[in-house]
Design a protein around this ligand. Structure first.
Ligand code: PMP
Length: 401
């Protein structure tokens, strides 16, 4: 395993040369050379596509593509490679569960419990299905600690609850709810649990078996992999009972004008030519990550966020929405609009995000119209914190005049 030192680690990310001070890794992580090279090699050297052709190059590619599935399965400790479905990302994975698992099982009056902290990707698909079926989406409110209030959960779950939707980690506060307890409570009323791992996976990959997770989704691009590739994990018996959502090439074994016979799991959910480059890039990211000390990387990112929070707290009107020791730091400055600040920060070459972060219900719960958010990754350094703090002082001085 490579010893983690921030300076050496940074050198693996060519985009840092041009990205300025990149503090937006919660939106998408920069890509290390290992991923860039694997993707480039795929486009330079590969011929054909997967699961379609007999020639040697295409067969080799199919093998690589299926081996990558195994790599993800081991990453999540799934019992079987066939429990891993390739999707375009977290959003598509959740929509697949909503349409393929939930919709056919949802009766009028049934309930779906969704935490108030969710990204729109883990709320809107449930609203869409509920609307179509006459079911109800029930809000699981935040508690005082800005995490979904676990004390309230037992009162929201009942025999009509079909599903609990919960994020492993908030993309705003960085808060990680007590998944084990939430899952246990949901299972006690017979509900299944969809865990949105988009934000959490890079900080801590779950053990899906030990944590008894029914469905888990994540996106490759937040895990140092390419955009346009993601994963849905599902319990075998749930996936087996699901019909395909999208129809097309290679998701069936036989078709005529009277109907079709779907492929076994997981291929029945992978209609059309897949994102092979994405799969190869994501597997390169996982291999690369396994050579690094995840604990040290996480500690460094969290330390930078703590330092930034401490130094920014000297600004008049500074208010932090950070949960615990997260590497995400959402904040605002009383009396100054976040979009004015972010415009000035951009002039200083600081890349961060301001707005609602695709989490409007969470913004409402926090009582704000939006926030600034800096998100630290292990390739950030102390100079990045300095640059942020200096630029913030200059922006706040200018805007307070
Ligand atoms: N959930 C959370 C918590 C996220 O942060 C994101 C990405 N911002 C998503 C879901 C959606 O991921 P994607 O856009 O990659 O599908």
């Amino acid at each position: 395993m490579t010893i983690f030192t921030p300076t050496a680690f940074r050198q693996q990310f060519p985009a840092l040369a041009d990205a300025g001070v990149y503090l937006d890794s919660a939106a998408t992580a920069l890509k290390p050379l290992a991923v860039i090279e694997a993707t480039q090699q795929f486009y330079s050297l590969s011929a054909g596509t997967v699961h379609r052709s007999q020639f040697a190059a295409a067969r080799a590619l199919t093998e690589q593509y299926e081996q990558a599935r195994g790599l993800v399965a081991r990453w999540l400790n799934a019992a079987d490679d066939r429990q891993i479905i390739w999707t375009r990302g977290t959003t598509e994975a959740i929509n697949l569960v909503a349409n393929s698992w939930l919709a056919p099982r949802l009766q009028p009056g049934d309930e779906i419990v969704v935490s108030e902290a969710e990204h729109h990707a883990n709320l809107v698909p449930w609203l869409m299905v509920a609307q179509a079926k006459g079911a109800k989406v029930v809000k699981w409110p935040l508690g005082a600690n800005r995490l979904p209030d676990i004390q309230q959960l037992p009162h929201l779950l009942n025999s009509r609850t079909r599903l609990l939707a919960i994020g492993q980690m908030s993309n705003v506060t960085g808060g990680c709810p007590d998944l084990a307890q939430a899952i246990q409570l949901a299972h006690a009323v017979g509900a299944k649990v969809m865990v949105d791992g988009a934000q959490g996976v890079v900080h801590c990959a779950p053990d899906v078996q030990a944590e008894d997770i029914d469905f888990y989704a994540f996106s490759g691009h937040k895990l140092y992999g390419p955009m346009g590739i993601g994963v849905l994990y599902g319990k075998a018996e749930l996936l087996e009972a699901m019909s395909p959502w999208q129809g097309g090439g290679k998701m069936l074994t036989q078709v005529d004008f009277s109907g079709f016979t779907p492929q076994p799991v997981p291929w029945r959910f992978e209609a059309g030519t897949p994102n092979v480059a994405g799969v190869i890039g994501l597997s390169a990211a996982l291999r690369w990550l396994s050579q690094h000390n995840a604990e040290k990387m996480e500690m460094w990112s969290q330390q930078l966020a703590s330092l930034a929070e401490e130094q920014l707290s000297a600004l008049p009107g500074f208010r932090s929405f950070r949960c615990g020791s997260s590497s995400l730091l959402a904040f605002d400055i009383a009396g100054i609009h976040h979009s004015d600040i972010v415009t000035l920060l951009a002039e200083h070459g600081i890349a961060l995000r301001a707005g609602q972060h695709c989490a409007q219900p969470l913004m409402a719960a926090l009582g704000v119209s939006g926030t600034l958010r800096v998100s630290f990754a292990p390739y950030n350094n102390l100079q990045d914190v300095d640059a942020l703090v200096r630029a913030m002082h200059s922006a706040v001085d200018l805007l307070s005049e």
